[in-house]
Design a protein around this ligand. Structure first.
Ligand code: ACO
Length: 325
């Protein structure tokens, strides 16, 4: 049976100019490189300068993905930007990226599912493409979490970083089997009862300020591996595939211990796991497209490879997508 698939035809990413090492954070809060590396696997993160923002990073990533695809903005009719740190409350960062690309047609909007935002955005774009409403989408994850961190709180400020990544999805015909290229399934979940474990303590409708990120790290950790297993196993079941079929596992990059424990529980071999948390820290919705771009550009991910992406985030939200590259 012929079906429409959303096929990845390009990817790109962008990072702030400045990398901040763990040692540099020792001057800000009572912490140590050894503690951060042992608990999280993070060695450095990038932090945006005054003239860098979610918009500038997201636009640079979108341009890089378009160039990688050999396309221009004229070829695109949908932009979705996953972010929890937009430049402004409104207009959306996506419409400003649209303007930055010189694009005056199609539709652009932001999507907010915190660290699961990129997977939610891939699922959303996939549904628009498979419905026939749109033909080619740029899906972006872009964040400047440095702007919502309490830099005096050592339990959170050492964990996060800034950056952006993007992919271009194109509607193409498939056979309706797991051998097709494109997004084969997406699995989205949320449970708002967990709000207080991970949230920002401000917003336009309450404090009228941006607020700061607050997290009960141990509580998030307690739920993390179970949520990852839930959506990854659901994606395997929906497509009749197994961990052995997988070429690459590209998880949300929050914490290497969560990634290792998840892969172990799922029976995914360590050599299939793409890790960038050591270099980027947790960049929330940007972490998966940054990791995808790194693994494509260093020659690991190739067309035809079966790639599982998954994330967990504030809400809680959690999600996976199985993509044949
Ligand atoms: N440096 C040194 N010591 C620290 C630091 C730090 N940066 N932060 C906390 N500590 C101390 C604590 O104060 C505590 O000290 P105490 O025993 O004297 O009270 C001790 O280290 C242990 O603290 P825990 O919170 O129990 O440390 P844990 O081993 O749980 O590690 C961590 C903390 C890394 C946050 C872990 O819980 C974790 O990774 N949780 C998941 C977080 C996560 O993935 N969040 C992202 C979700 S995605 C999103 O949507 C944003």
């Amino acid at each position: 049976m012929t079906v429409i698939r959303s096929v990845v035809v390009g990817c790109g990413s962008a990072l702030p100019r400045k990398a901040v090492t763990n040692a540099e954070l020792e001057a800000l809060v009572e912490t140590s490189d050894a503690w951060i590396v042992q608990r999280t696997g993070i060695r450095q993160r990038y932090v945006a300068a005054e003239d860098e923002s979610t918009l500038t990073l997201g636009l640079a990533a979108a341009k890089a993905a378009l160039a990688d695809a050999g396309l221009t903005a004229d070829d695109i009719d949908l932009i979705i930007c996953a972010t929890s740190t937009p430049d402004n409350t409104f207009p959306s960062t996506a419409t400003q990226i649209q303007a930055g690309l010189g694009m005056h047609h199609g539709a652009a909007f932001d999507l907010q599912a915190v660290c699961s935002g990129f997977v939610y955005a891939v699922a959303t774009a996939d549904n628009f493409l498979r419905s026939g409403a749109h033909k080619r989408a740029i899906v972006i994850g872009a964040e400047t979490f440095s702007r919502i961190l309490d830099w005096s709180d050592r339990t959170t400020c050492v964990l996060f970083g800034d950056g952006a990544g993007a992919i271009v999805l194109e509607a193409a015909e498939g056979e309706g089997t797991s051998a097709d290229r494109g997004v084969l399934t997406s699995q989205l979940r949320s449970d708002g009862r967990h709000r207080d474990k991970l949230y920002v303590d401000g917003g336009p409708g309450t404090t009228k300020t941006t607020g700061h990120l607050r997290m009960e790290g141990r509580e998030v950790y307690r739920f993390a591996v179970g949520m990852v297993a839930d959506v990854v196993e659901a994606a395997f079941a929906a497509t009749g595939t197994t961990p052995e079929d997988l070429k690459w596992f590209v998880p949300h990059q929050a914490n290497k211990r969560i990634i290792d424990a998840s892969a172990d529980k799922l029976g995914i071999a360590p050599e299939k796991v793409v890790i960038t948390v050591d270099r980027h820290g947790n960049t929330s919705a940007a972490s998966i497209p940054l990791a995808l771009d790194a693994a494509v550009k260093d020659g690991r991910i190739k067309p035809g490879d079966l790639v599982m992406i998954e994330a967990i985030g504030g809400g809680f939200t959690w999600a996976s997508a199985l993509i044949r590259w």
